[in-house]
Write a protein that binds this ligand. Structure first.
Ligand code: PRP
Ligand code: URA
Length: 210
């Protein structure tokens, strides 16, 4: 697994505002989207492109265009939905599939409650979005899901990760083509499985307590 932890003052600044418990939902949503756009720059570094010919007002020349089949972006509901806008701002032609997962807050086991994805992912580049990588249960299950459908390559983007979550994903995907892009790598998990210092419950902060 390749791990990339962002190292940019603008990203750290925006994450600091996200962490602040006094940041209200509308600002939290806006910043989540902006952070995703910034992280998308790194996450799409290996997006598949192919040569193409175009005509400028001056001459013919060659460039590149995003290859078919188009990249597949998969936000993990609910909190990953907050990152979708920021991603498709950068790759407007991407297709979007959905995975609904909720973590059992006692066992920390993820429960998959919704899925809307192509049956065959064998030639797709997949980008999974979830703001929080805590125990790694949810992201691990999402990545497994995509590999079972035939995906060869998965890039996961999270705003915050814990060392425990990174280690769990690393162990699970050993030998497979997985890239993990994090906005920040935090200190640890607490006894409730929350990331410390973290930002609390990302879904609740985006959309309210349900
Ligand atoms: C949160 C978060 C991740 C998961 C991370 O979702 O968005 O999906 O927890 O925890 P893990 O790494 O220990 O699995 P949650 O289950 O709270 O659902 P929500 O997005 O609907 O709030
Ligand atoms: N899910 C969250 O939303 N936040 C955490 O810190 C851990 C899991």
């Amino acid at each position: 697994m390749r791990l990339h932890v962002a190292d940019h003052p603008l990203i750290t600044h925006k994450i600091t505002v996200l962490r602040d418990k006094n940041t209200p939902s509308p600002v939290f949503r806006q910043l989540t989207s902006e952070l995703m756009t910034l992280l998308a720059y790194e996450a799409t570094r290996n997006v598949r492109v192919e040569p193409c010919e175009i005509e400028t007002p001056v001459t013919r020349t060659t460039g590149v265009k995003i290859s078919d089949p188009r990249p597949l972006v998969v936000p993990i509901l609910r909190a990953g939905l907050g990152m979708l806008d920021g991603m498709v701002t950068l790759i407007p032609t991407a297709e979007v599939g959905f995975l609904g997962m909720a973590r059992d807050e006692v066992t920390f086991e993820p429960v998959t409650y919704a899925e809307r994805l192509p049956e065959d992912l064998s030639d797709r580049q997949c980008f999974v979005l979830d703001p929080m990588l805590a125990t790694g249960g949810s992201l691990g299950a999402a990545i497994e899901f995509l590999f079972r459908r035939g995906a060869q390559e998965v890039t996961a983007v999270c705003l915050l990760g814990s060392p425990e979550g990174v280690a769990a994903i690393e162990k699970q995907v050993a030998g497979r083509n997985v890239t993990l892009v994090l906005g920040a790598l935090d200190e640890r998990l607490n006894e409730k499985g929350y990331i410390v210092p973290g930002l609390g419950d990302a879904g609740d902060r985006l959309y309210g307590t349900v």
